[in-house]
Design a protein around this ligand. Structure first.
Ligand code: GLU
Length: 502
């Protein structure tokens, strides 16, 4: 049987380095074993999935050099590969489970569920749902349905014994069934949950190995139970070590650069980023750190995949990237590569409206626009802090600005203008005197420059976000506890407590 692996990203945000990392290992695995690498788009979350995010997944993965053999954009024998086009398949499969008696209709109302959760929390139980609809008589079910009561379809999970499975990376995993909820498979609107949809797909798409992030390991017993409920053989599970941020927690965009486009736009080479990502989960037998993807494909041994999380250390990435620039790009091709990166005519033309009225001589151009081409702005608290503003206030302002822009799902200049006014009002501070100088310093590394809003549109969302994060870090970073507290104030749109002057 030929090896078939897949990645299944959800188009709900910017293309994450974690997707490239898991995609890369799946690709290496598929190529080494002469199998197929499939891309499936998991867009069952109707409210958060967007076609432009999906487009960005393709673009980002292609920039990384990860080519798939089957996928929504190129088709294949087991399509469609976009879950929103497979709703009927999931509904039919949920029906099969009802008929087999391995799933049931649950009529619990939101109030009942809240009450069950409360009781479970009081009793210190892992399981929040008390299974009260699991054994309704067929008659009772029919009556409720006839009365138009909404229902979900839940999996009948065993209540005693243990789930035991072999993870090909982590080894034998055991988990008491009593800790596993009766998972919802089909929601009351007829749409599947991830837990049902991905299993039906993996089965119908003949996936042999599910290689995915460690964060899915705790859900795997549920998944095994779904396979059992259908009477299907589960694939081999392989849970990859997580990428960790500086704080030792799962790499998240709250504190780290995570968008693949950030690395592209900051001038990293895709081959260096890919090499770096393999180091996060793998070690070559000779401990070499620089090698091509073709090398690792040729030598690949799944036993050499690591078991514990790896720090996503950007300094190490820079070190490796420099090695690639020195060893892989001959001097006579270097300018072509830099030009391709960000000195193309088209990009330069976009800068002209910003500088036209500001140039005394052409020699001023670079000085005005340096921040479009620089990664490290050499920020200092002195540079960042507006008059009479404390570091705590300034970092809280920037954090709220990130939240405001995320809520708008729009990081262009006009949106930044609205967001920064909103944030200033919420802190009871003057936009012009506090927000503007803070933002100029954050985005440009200086106290004046071309139009801030237009610059941000050109700089793009990913680099803008990272600049805000870099400024927060320069000001002393915000602990998770403080961030939670701040978020509550932000949600009430009242952050005046944070605007004490220093
Ligand atoms: N849609 C899931 C994700 O976004 C896929 C998880 C899996 O590979 O099973 O991570």
């Amino acid at each position: 049987m030929s090896v078939r692996v897949r990645i299944a990203p959800s188009p709900t945000g910017d293309p994450h380095v974690g997707t490239a990392y898991i995609g890369l290992f799946n690709l290496i695995f598929a190529r080494h074993f002469k199998g197929q690498f499939i891309l499936r788009i998991e867009d069952t979350d109707q409210s958060r999935s967007r076609p432009d995010y999906e487009e960005n997944i393709y673009r980002a993965l292609r920039w990384c050099g990860l080519e798939w053999d089957e996928g929504p954009d190129i088709g294949g024998p087991y399509g469609p590969y976009r879950q929103s086009e497979r709703t009927k398949i999931y509904q039919e499969h949920a029906k099969i489970l009802l008929e087999r008696g391995t799933a049931y209709k649950c009529f619990a109302t939101p109030e009942e569920l809240a009450e069950m959760r409360e009781t479970a929390a009081k009793q210190g139980l892992h399981v929040g749902y008390d299974r009260r609809y699991r054994d309704l008589s067929p008659d009772e079910v029919r009556k409720r349905e006839a009365a138009g009561q909404p229902f979900v379809i839940r999996l009948k999970t065993p209540t005693t014994g243990e789930c035991v499975f072999e993870d090909a990376i982590k080894g034998r995993i055991t988990c008491p069934w009593a800790d596993v909820d009766d998972q919802i498979l089909l929601k009351s609107d007829g749409f599947p949950t991830y837990h049902l949809a991905h299993i039906v797909d993996d089965h119908l798409m003949k996936i042999t190995h599910v290689m995915r992030g460690d964060e899915w390991m705790t859900s795997t017993p549920k998944h095994i139970c779904v396979y059992d409920a259908f009477g299907w053989k589960p694939p081999v599970f392989m849970h990859m070590p997580l990428l960790l941020g500086k704080d030792g927690k799962k790499l998240s965009k709250r504190k780290n650069p995570t968008s693949i486009f950030y690395f592209r736009d900051s001038g990293f080479l895709p081959e260096a980023l890919m090499n770096f990502l393999t180091l996060m989960g793998y070690s070559m037998p000779d401990n070499r750190e620089k090698y091509s993807i073709a090398d690792i494909i040729a030598q690949f041994d799944p036993k050499r995949i690591g078991t514990s999380g790896a720090f996503f250390d950007t300094q190490k990435l820079e070190w490796l990237n420099q090695k690639y620039i020195i060893e892989s790009i001959p001097q006579n091709q270097l300018w072509d590569r830099i030009e391709q990166w960000s000195y193309q005519r088209e990009f330069m033309q976009r800068l002209m409206p910003l500088v036209h009225m500001r140039l005394k001589t052409f020699g001023d151009f670079m000085q005005l626009c340096d921040f479009f081409f620089i990664n490290d702005l050499q920020l200092t608290p002195e540079l960042l802090l507006p008059k009479n503003t404390s570091a705590e206030t300034a970092s809280a302002l920037l954090q709220c600005l990130i939240w405001s822009l995320d809520e708008r799902e729009d990081w262009t200049g006009p949106s930044l203008e609205q967001a920064s006014h909103e944030v200033a009002d919420c802190f009871g501070l003057q936009h012009k005197k506090v927000l503007m100088p803070l933002l100029f310093a954050t985005i440009m590394g200086k106290d004046h420059g071309p139009s801030l809003y237009e610059s941000v549109t050109i700089l793009g969302k990913d680099r803008t976000r990272v600049r805000l994060l870099q400024a927060i870090e320069t000001l002393g970073s915000i602990s998770n506890k403080k961030a939670d507290h701040l978020k509550k104030s932000w949600q009430k749109r009242d952050c005046k407590d944070y605007s004490a002057s220093r």
